[in-house]
Design a protein. Structure first.
Length: 120
């Protein structure tokens, strides 16, 4: 599970870097053709990362309260994506968006809760 989490996190970082550079491949821009596709993408991709991060954290800390581990992992992820979204403001061609941030939070919350319930 750890390697899957690391690989998926690396994928997300690569997508963010490519988007910041304006070089996002066309197959990753399929969301542009779907109404609210960008928001759905944020919800699903960051949610999957939340699921993996919480699952991995609970698994790595078996003697800790899983609920506490899940909440802390989700809050750390939310903080990381708050900083990431805010950092888009000064980048040409990128826009910091409250709706993207909300979609990130919703994905982290929903998928982290699912991971917690599955591990419980």
């Amino acid at each position: 599970m750890r390697w899957l989490t690391v690989l998926f996190a690396a994928f997300i970082v690569a997508v963010i870097v490519l988007a910041d550079m304006g070089h996002l491949p066309s197959f990753l821009r399929v969301y542009e053709r779907i109404p609210y596709g960008d928001k759905v993408g944020h919800f699903v991709l960051i949610g999957i990362l939340g699921f993996l991060a919480v699952s991995t954290s609970i698994q790595a800390l078996p003697h800790r309260d899983p609920k506490r581990v899940a909440v802390i992992a989700a809050l750390i992820l939310a903080l990381v994506f708050t900083v990431e979204e805010a950092s888009q403001g000064p980048i040409a061609g990128r826009d910091a968006s409250w709706m993207d941030l909300f979609a990130n939070y919703a994905g982290i919350s929903a998928f982290s809760f699912l991971a917690y319930r599955m591990k419980k």
